[in-house]
Design a protein around this ligand. Structure first.
Ligand code: HEC
Length: 127
């Protein structure tokens, strides 16, 4: 009984609360962003600076879905080894990019399923 109870929270929460439809609604957790920061530093920083993914970057993706961005990054990056990371690591990097842009963290971790992520539209933190 206890084992079942601990297995339930995520799905129970999903059943009660409609899944978020915008990056303004808390679509990742702090833990994911923390891990994403490490991945950015260890892998992406070889070629990218954090600020490349802020401001105009997120604006250029506004209106597209998180699934679109996930697909783009997971099939093309890291440029020297495309697709070499695990799906959940790509989700962690995206969480960090959202955090860099002032988008809020939430309680439910971001999925690494492109289909599920297509339901979430990218919006900047304001306007
Ligand atoms: C070996 C160098 C290299 C590494 C490592 C690398 N990238 Fe890139 N990245 C590039 C280059 C070059 C481009 C521009 C050409 C292109 O779009 O394919 C690019 C483009 C991008 C873009 C599109 C930028 C835009 O303005 O649309 C994103 C997003 C991105 N990289 C994310 C990442 C992430 C996240 C990582 C780490 C997981 C990463 N990259 C690792 C070289 C790299």
């Amino acid at each position: 009984m206890l084992a079942i109870a601990t297995a339930l929270p995520t799905s129970a929460q999903e059943a009660q609360v409609a899944p978020p439809s915008s990056t303004r609604e808390g679509v990742y957790t702090e833990e994911q962003a923390e891990r994403g920061k490490e991945i950015m530093r260890d892998i992406c920083a070889e070629c990218h600076m954090d600020d490349e993914f802020m401001g105009t970057f997120i604006k250029s993706w506004a209106g597209a879905s998180v699934g679109d961005l996930f697909e783009e990054v997971s099939t093309k990056m890291p440029e020297d080894r495309p697709g070499s990371m695990r799906p959940r690591e790509y989700a962690q990097v995206l969480a960090y990019i959202f955090q860099l842009n002032g988008l809020p963290a939430g309680e439910v971790p971001m999925s690494s399923s492109i289909e599920e992520l297509r339901e979430i539209i990218i919006e900047g933190s304001q306007g």
